[in-house]
Design a protein around this ligand. Structure first.
Ligand SMILES: Nc1nc2c(c(=O)[nH]1)N[C@H]1C(S)=C(S)[C@@H](COP(=O)(O)O)O[C@H]1N2
Ligand SMILES: [Mo]
Length: 428
């Protein structure tokens, strides 16, 4: 913008000559908001619908800041640029949560990662139904209103795609951001009905051993063993204070505890309970819950440390087996470990934020985080994770191995440049 331009006639119309050209421009940029302002002292009797520059009335504006007015739907500060990373847009695609930009443990709903195989169907909640049938005493079709008549539950839960973190396990490259590495995990407050309450309502028959869950999108369904623990699983319709986002399965989705994202069927249409045998795919997928995992989100690529001294290392830890018990930090590539501080709240099946104050002396360093969960399971090293996968190819393994960030003398941060050293020696 050319600030040297002479004042325009519209500038002159404003009786308040003290208004700065900068204020005028930023206010005009606020668009609709600015048009709704009735400027006192102008000759017009009724509120103006054309943009009139208001007098600077707030201290902030006098300082030269943009001023916004009330709005029906809020917007982020223009200084914040967090966004999902979207690759090629196609019906089967995913988008990644900007883990490095998150505060605390909740993922804003519009930044929740997406994984869908045939696009996002936009469903009418008034026409929505969920059918539960098969080996049940009372096959039932539930409307959304029916679902909401059950006892409502609210849980803070992480959701993670089973393929998340693959780039931290194989094909490791230095120029990866936390979002690129592990962006297929997000945490929300989910609101819904307990799956077991619905199963009780339809009366699951003795012979039932598994169920098939399918969505209204078609093209994606799952066989889920009933033997699994589903006491705290939900059929959710609420997310972070509002109805589910369409991308997350509006108006209702399945939310299984501790398991990877795949079987958390969105736009849930039908549950069919079946007898023996449990399909092989289901046995394989459900034989292993997601173990403890953590990731340092700062400092991380592409951050550059500019000053020696205190660096507050922070990141997220989670597990599919209850609560995170502890997170240890190494700054020397796994040779020694120190306890990080866990930020409250620490909740089961939810992400936990950790923090560690580190004094960077300006030398090379290798940062790692290692989570332990309440079952005592320890986040494996990369070597251990590779060995486990070799040893048992019949079990699904999740990419939970320890992640490393290499700090250069120039303060640059790069992802996992060398293999993680074995940590058995100092595991105590
Ligand atoms: N109906 C339906 N449910 C689905 C999928 C899908 O394509 N269709 N994708 C699954 C996969 S692989 C994952 S990782 C999660 C992603 O959930 P989100 O998009 O809410 O993050 O949904 C699961 N549920
Ligand atoms: Mo997934």
């Amino acid at each position: 913008m050319d600030r040297s331009k002479p004042r325009t006639s519209s500038d002159k119309k404003n009786p308040d000559t003290s208004i700065s050209r900068r204020t005028l421009l930023t206010t005009a940029a606020a668009g609709v908001g600015a048009a709704l302002v009735h400027t006192p002292g102008t000759s017009e009797a009724a509120p103006s619908t054309t943009a009139q520059a208001p007098a600077p009335t707030s201290p902030a504006e006098a300082e030269g800041y943009e001023r916004r007015l009330v709005s029906e739907i809020g917007e982020r500060s223009p200084f914040e640029h967090a966004h999902r990373l979207v690759g090629r847009v196609k019906p089967s695609a995913n988008s990644l949560t900007p883990l490095q930009d998150l505060q605390g443990i909740i993922t804003p709903s519009d930044l929740h990662y997406e994984r869908h195989h045939t696009g996002v169907p936009i469903l009418d909640p008034d026409k929505y139904t969920l059918r539960i049938e098969g080996k049940v005493a009372r096959p039932t079709t539930f409307t959304l209103k029916d679902l909401k008549s059950f006892q409502e539950r609210s849980e803070l839960r992480f959701l993670e795609c089973g393929s998340n973190g693959g780039r931290a396990f194989a094909g490791i490259r230095p120029d990866r951001t936390p979002q690129q590495l592990d962006g297929r995990v997000s945490t929300s407050e989910w609101v819904g009905v307990a799956l077991k309450d619905l199963f009780d309502a339809v009366g699951v028959e003795d012979g039932a051993t598994w169920f098939r869950a399918e969505g209204h999108d078609g093209g994606w369904d799952y066989a889920i063993p009933l033997l699994d623990r589903f006491d705290d699983s939900l059929i959710a319709w609420g997310q972070n204070g509002e109805p589910l986002r369409p991308e997350q399965g509006y108006p209702a989705r399945l939310l299984l505890s501790g398991h990877p994202g795949g079987p958390n069927i969105k736009w849930l249409k039908r549950l069919e309970l079946n007898g023996d045998p449990i399909p092989e795919q289901a046995v394989n997928r459900f034989s292993s819950v997601m173990g403890p995992k953590s990731l340092i989100t700062y400092p991380a690529y592409p951050n550059v440390l500019t000053e020696h001294g205190t660096v507050v290392i922070t990141g997220l830890a989670w597990t599919g087996q209850g609560k995170v018990e502890s997170v240890d930090i190494s700054t020397d590539g796994g040779a020694t470990w120190e306890r990080a501080e866990l930020q409250q709240p620490v909740l089961p099946l939810c992400q936990t934020r950790f923090r560690y104050r580190w004094n960077w002396d300006g030398g090379e360093a290798m940062l790692m985080s290692r989570a332990v969960d309440e079952t005592g399971d320890v986040q494996p090293t990369l070597e251990q994770a590779h060995a486990a996968r070799e040893a048992n190819k019949d079990v699904r393994h999740w990419n939970t191995n320890i992640r490393a960030w290499a700090i250069g003398k120039d303060g640059s941060v790069r992802f996992g440049l060398k293999n993680v050293k074995s940590s058995e020696a100092d595991a105590g």
